[in-house]
Design a binder for this molecule. Sequence first.
Ligand code: PMP
Length: 450
Amino acid sequence: MEQEKLIELDKKHFIHPTSSIQQQQKDGAKMIVEKGDGIYLTDRNDNVYIDAMSSLWNVNVGHGREELAEAAAEQMKKLAFSSTFSTFSHEPAILLAEKISSLAPEGLNAVFFTSGGSESNDTAIKLARHYWRVQDKPERRKIIGINRAYHGVAAASTSATGIPEFWNMAGKMMTDIYHADNPYGIGKDKALSSLRSVIETEGPETVAAFIAEPIQGAGGVLVPPENYLQEVRNLCDEYGILYIADEVITGFGRTGKWFGVENYGVTPDIISFAKGVTSGYIQLGGVIVSDQIHDVLKEKSAGTLFHGYTYSGHPTATAVGLKNIEIMENEGLLENAQKMGEVMLKGFKKLKEELDIVGDVRAVGLLGAVELVEDPATNKRFASDLQVAPKVIEALHQRGVICRAVTYEGTDIICFCPPLIINEQQIETMIERLHDAIKEVRKELSAVLK
Ligand code: PMP
């Protein structure tokens, strides 16, 4: 179909997720993607872009993998769908649950499947409450998250998200969810004392679980300070609170390990995952629970567990998940993420030396960010109406790189999350283009900056 016609139909009939409806009506779809291959996306006008965000932080093995299409086709021909409710089961879901358990940190060996990250976090929160209810402690129902966290848009996950913009649409969806300060900008000690104070104000005996991403993704790739997560784990233990790690972005190789928490030597009680488990080729997510939780549930969760999605353990999705993990193992993609992550970080550091508006730069594996500030010496931020990060994103787009800007609380952060198959030369190209894009915006700013 003609591009113009598609844009017209898009405006008329397609309400986009996380988008401005008014802007869509005004400008139409900016990019209609036609195909993907490796780290690249191509639009309908044959413009090729580096997909520096792995689309939505998820296409870990890169685009255009025939093996995954074949795994889906094979499974669909044999058994496209069958339920796993009650005592029904099937081979791909069983084998993937076993495989994920073998990759998860020690002591987490049972998996509940969902269709994505929001459902996974709602499941984690409900399971945490259920864990206490079956032990006759229904008063332990409160959930504590941290600011700038992103956990999704279902009822509990919207509420656990620590970015108020997400509550404004329809209000906080769930009561009994509280937020402590995150360490970004204030450091470990202040963040921990904020967490302790929330726990103590609310009453530790009423708290079910703490939830956080090991590295906050949508909040701006906020890497935790040294020992922060260990001390969070200790705090949870001190008050008998469950620790949920949201590994929706950090899981499945993104940081050069199977799970992000491995970088910090902590073991959570529940891990939620999605995205990278199938590299986005098909919808799948889930939670992994500790043996301790599983044992309590086995012993005390009497009757039906009234929680399950039609697509929990979808045969086609789990078959694709198995093949996706096999690809990561066979191609050594975790090692590549570690090595290329170092190359990417080195490139960011060089940018910081060359350009006077680059502030903090960071990366763990292939999850990284470059912050733009008016004065790197004092970390003074730009006025938000200057729209510095969005302008850099636009300049990058024009140079064939798709990236994401995070501007919450007046920050200007450019996030990077390229496919784990990226090579050195491709990273260099990405960084050269970033250099040029920042330089262009810097030039524009000269007029307004003293
Ligand atoms: N948790 C985190 C850390 C995420 O980054 C996301 C999605 N970006 C989610 C949860 C929600 O996942 P989904 O969009 O698949 O529901």
